[in-house]
Design a protein around this ligand. Structure first.
Ligand code: GCV
Length: 720
């Protein structure tokens, strides 16, 4: 090689190692560094064949081309005669298929999205087949196979049948048409409405690829605080352009429907769901949408909540509103995801009880194509909440969970908070609705409560930032959401390990510290330095950034902090037992037993369910005050350990991502200290007790923290 080429190659390699902006997410396909693994793959992967023609098969071919050229040190040729390929991707009905009959039978019973990956002996060599009942199943199988390679697993004895446990696995974008994102912390919306439909950004394809690789099969393009304009022809053209990009990746498009759209864009005098003209308007509108997007998924609706219009404006109930839209969508196979996030400050009732109070009496009245979308907890995506009582509470209605991937209450995008443990905590909670083991996961997948359709939603943390999610580790939350929507039995640890292997490296000396000393403890760290022991909703007003336990005297009581922590000289916490709001009665009696007595209630939910004196003896034998302080201090220590762990990995991570994460961890430590100091000092004004001996004293006084103001915190609702 000429000297100049050597220099160029050297510079390229340096650039490659040092600069990595994270755009490739977990689909990096970096060269497999372990020679034995690479050789083992090369021995089997001599050529690949993907017979047939469809846009989805093209996606598979492209993905393999991209992946193999880079993962293995040599290209894997495309076999012109597919039967001769050593990796064959083929429909289950194809006559050329030769796989184990039992596995094939299992596959055939497993639905449209399932796949089978198997290795068989073919003469002297091995052959791998990816088989499915549809092209989309093949795509999922292809991505699973690439994951196997990326995580350096053996491929010589594969026998995997996989099918999703949940039908609709959907991202909810809170993206506005002007490209602002409500509670978005990763730049602007990725959907550039102004330039659509003429400009198709490459990102739309990469977004769809990433989603397909983890089994996400639906997306809601617009904010639940909806703008009716998206339903006008001009915008439907744009929606169609996106739907066309996403279709080969198996992703259906949904839109948010503003309940008052018949008035705002239809010129009607009312949006009353029982009015024939209104019903007709929606029927025609739905038909028009399907003309643009023949596989349109349906509507997501936030009604009569936080100022959004809804059926109650016309003295109709949620079932009447949802059913009207469901009837319009039904002929086309569309769904209505109707949100249960409803509460009203004029209702003199604990806010956490209001959704159950409204929806429980309507159980059984919703159409089969309506799913009630329920946030994981009864309040609002807090760092920790008990599971929502509507899981197991509704038994004759389809119910789906809504998780928040964007970290509105968990430090925005600068805090490392791996959310799989939060999602799992809810999914693994036992509702007891059909006896012990009736977990939320088994309720929503239809195992213990019969449903027509199952779904799983996550509020996206995706934006225009180069690395998509603001924090490089925010990608892990998008990833974990998809993986759990496919299979809620996966463990947080297993998902984290997969993600680290694909995103950083397969080196054990890096995986273990990142998974066990950073990702797994990170969510608990956030709970500790923000809202330990069941505290909740004590963040800054309206932007929700930073601590604000002192927030009081606002137009709505249920948007203040004092409403929730109820601290006074006698104690702290929200009494939700029968002596207080009795929110506890909304749960099954077996669940009530766990939380009813303060002596037994697990520490993590203590102040969610109980108002207790500052000197209450907790399970550790320490007073409530001391225990609360220790949690706040532990949270900061946990972040320090995360920082130290990361710094110990400097040599193993490319410089760009190392520095980015390192900076964010520094911000996280600073903000963890801010949370701790502000909260401890504030609550101390009531407890009048000393911070336990040996703990560092807050640097400033309470007034200093109370005066901090953040008018430009990101993600704020534009209209507030
Ligand atoms: C989209 C919380 C957020 C709001 C959000 C709302 C919801 O209140 O702060 O920004 O609005 O939840 O889920 O509808």
């Amino acid at each position: 090689m000429k000297r100049s080429w050597l220099v160029i190659t050297f510079l390229f390699c340096c650039f490659h190692i040092n600069a990595d902006n994270g755009y490739r997410l977990w689909l990096r396909y970096d060269r497999i560094t372990d020679a034995a693994t690479r050789n083992a793959y090369q021995a089997i992967l001599k050529s690949y064949g993907v017979p047939g023609n469809s846009p989805t098969l093209d996606v598979i071919r492209n993905e393999f081309k991209l992946a193999f050229a880079s993962l293995l040190a040599q290209p894997v040729p495309y076999a012109s005669v597919p039967e001769n390929a050593t990796l064959l991707i083929i429909r289950a009905t194809d006559e050329r298929l030769a796989v184990d009959r039992n596995l094939l039978q299992q596959l055939k019973k497993s639905g449209n999205e399932a796949y089978l990956i198997s290795t068989a002996q073919s003469g002297k060599s091995k052959r791998i087949m990816i088989t499915a009942n549809s092209d989309i199943g093949l795509l999922y199988g292809a991505f699973h196979f690439l994951r196997i390679l990326q995580t350096n697993q053996r491929i010589d004895q594969l026998a995997i049948v996989s099918a999703p446990k949940i039908n609709i696995r959907i991202l909810n974008h809170w993206d506005n048409l002007d490209r602002t994102v409500e509670r978005g912390y990763a730049g602007a919306s990725i959907f550039d409405w102004h330039k659509l439909p003429d400009h198709i950004d490459k990102r739309y394809h990469d977004y769809a690829r990433a989603n397909a690789s983890i089994g996400i099969n639906a997306t809601v393009l617009t904010n639940v605080n909806a703008n009716a304009r998206v339903l006008t022809p001009m915008y439907l053209e744009k929606v169609k352009a996106l739907a066309d990009v996403f279709r080969p990746y198996g992703i259906k498009v949904y839109l948010t429907a503003r309940f008052s759209a018949p008035i705002e864009i239809g010129g009607l005098a009312t949006a009353d769901p029982l009015n024939a003209e209104v019903q007709n308007w929606w029927k025609n509108k739905v038909k028009e949408i399907y003309d643009y997007v023949p596989d349109f998924g349906g509507f997501v609706v936030k009604a009569n909540s936080e100022g959004q219009p809804g059926p109650q404006n016309y003295s109709r109930n949620h079932a009447e509103g949802a059913n009207m839209l469901a009837d319009a969508l039904q002929p086309f196979g569309g769904m209505v995801m109707w949100r249960a996030f409803v509460y009203d400050n004029k209702v003199p009732e604990d806010r956490t009880k209001q959704a159950y109070n409204e929806f429980k009496p309507l159980d059984g009245q919703f159409r089969p194509n309506v799913i009630i979308q329920v946030k994981n907890g009864p309040l609002d995506f807090q760092p920790r909440e008990p599971f929502h009582p509507l899981f197991g509470g509704l038994t004759k209605t389809n119910v789906m969970p809504e998780f928040q991937i964007t970290q509105e209450y968990l430090g925005f995008s600068t805090h490392l908070a791996y959310l799989a443990p939060l999602f799992k905590e809810c999914l693994d909670s036992d509702t007891h609705v059909n006896g012990k083991g009736s977990t939320v996961a088994r309720v929503i997948d239809g195992t213990v409560v019969k449903n027509n359709v199952s779904a799983f939603a996550g509020v996206a943390n995706i934006g225009s930032d180069m690395n998509w999610t603001g924090h490089h580790f925010g990608q892990a939350n998008w990833y974990a959401f998809g993986r759990l929507a496919w299979d809620h039995d996966l463990s947080s640890e297993a998902i984290a390990e997969e993600w680290v292997r694909m995103t950083f490296s397969n080196e054990a000396s890096l995986i273990k510290p990142i998974v066990s000393q950073m990702m797994i403890p990170s969510r608990e760290a956030v709970v500790n330095y923000m809202t330990p022991m069941g505290l909740h909703h004590i963040m800054g007003y309206n932007h929700h950034y930073g601590p604000g336990p002192w927030v009081a005297d606002k137009p709505r009581q249920d948007w203040t902090s004092v409403y929730y922590h109820r601290a006074d000289s006698l104690g702290v916490g929200f009494d939700r037992t029968e002596n207080g709001s009795n929110a506890l009665e909304q749960y099954h009696p077996e669940v009530q037993k766990i939380y009813a007595s303060a002596a037994q209630c697990p520490d993590q939910y203590l102040l969610w369910f109980h108002h207790l004196p500052w000197d209450f003896k907790t399970k550790s034998g320490k007073t409530l005050w001391d225990e609360m302080c220790l949690h706040y201090y532990r949270g900061v220590e946990q972040v320090r350990i995360m920082r130290k762990t990361w710094q110990g990995l400097k040599e193993k991570i490319d410089e760009e991502r190392f520095t980015h994460v390192d900076n964010f961890l520094r911000i996280q430590e600073k903000e963890a200290i801010l949370w701790r100091n502000a909260c401890v000092l504030y609550f101390q004004t009531f407890s009048k007790m000393e911070i336990p001996a040996g703990l560092e004293q807050p640097e400033k006084d309470l007034a200093y923290y109370q005066k901090l103001s953040f008018p430009y915190a990101p993600g704020i609702r534009p209209e507030w």
